[in-house]
Write a protein that binds this ligand. Sequence first.
Ligand code: FE
Ligand code: FE
Ligand code: ZN
Length: 302
Amino acid sequence: MLLIGSHVSFKSDSQLLGSVKEAISYGSSCFMFYTGAPQNTKRCELSYDLTVEARNLMDKNNILIDDIVIHAPYIINLANNEKKDSYSFAIDFLRNEIKRAEMLGVNKIVLHPGSFVNLDIDTGINNIINGLNQVLDKYCNVNICLETMAGKGTEIGFKLEHLKRIIDGVKYNDKVMVCIDTCHLNDAGYDLSDFDNFLNDFDKIIGINKIGCVHVNDSKNVRGSRKDRHENIGFGTIGFDNLLSVIYDERLKNIPKILESPYVTKDDNSKEKVLAPYKYEIEMIRNKKFNKDLYKDIRING
Ligand code: FE
Ligand code: FE
Ligand code: ZN
């Protein structure tokens, strides 16, 4: 079965049940969510009843809990420790996020490694290692998937070697995996037009068995731009066929593939992106056929 899904919402009133329903409405077989708003760290108390209901609905729809991924909020920055309280806040938050994941039964958390800001890259990498060592212990049931980054600003993780160094430095590194993001890889300079070749390189540097999640995004920018602006599937510089070869790669068969493509505006004149593209993008992917009228279809059925 093809493991394809998207980022979905997680609201305090419907929680995981709402996320599952949204994922099903897109025809997904896996999904990813933030346990609250991605840009802040306010988190609601988890409802046991909603979790049970959600898990039942997943069972009915053959969605496995092992294929569900949580994304940590992107303001969590383990790489910079200039402000001691924000650094320890990030560590505490991640520890709590692991607990929340365990309560939901989810065993993967995607984490942006972080930005070193005014420090240097080696110090940044050491801070990440130190942070993860404070969070992961031998009883932890959750894998932290470090995301490959575009290399915008002082982001760490735009080279596979950065992630390898972090993994090597963590004591319980059997719980550290990698999330490859196609837009970020492209913007970081990796050539995805020969994905097999990329995976061979990945295998040599980190090991394919370390891939825990794939973010499938097209990119608005050319390879090596170090920008990080996602584009709808097939409408960017990576292109539909190259993304299909990632999605259908045999070696990634059992890994959840998650779309994080931008929402679409109601018409050409409006600026507000309100329409979710995922149902239509997943349809294109399942049909293995690019739909040049994607925006039109999304707007008609809105
Ligand atoms: Fe991310
Ligand atoms: Fe991503
Ligand atoms: Zn991104």
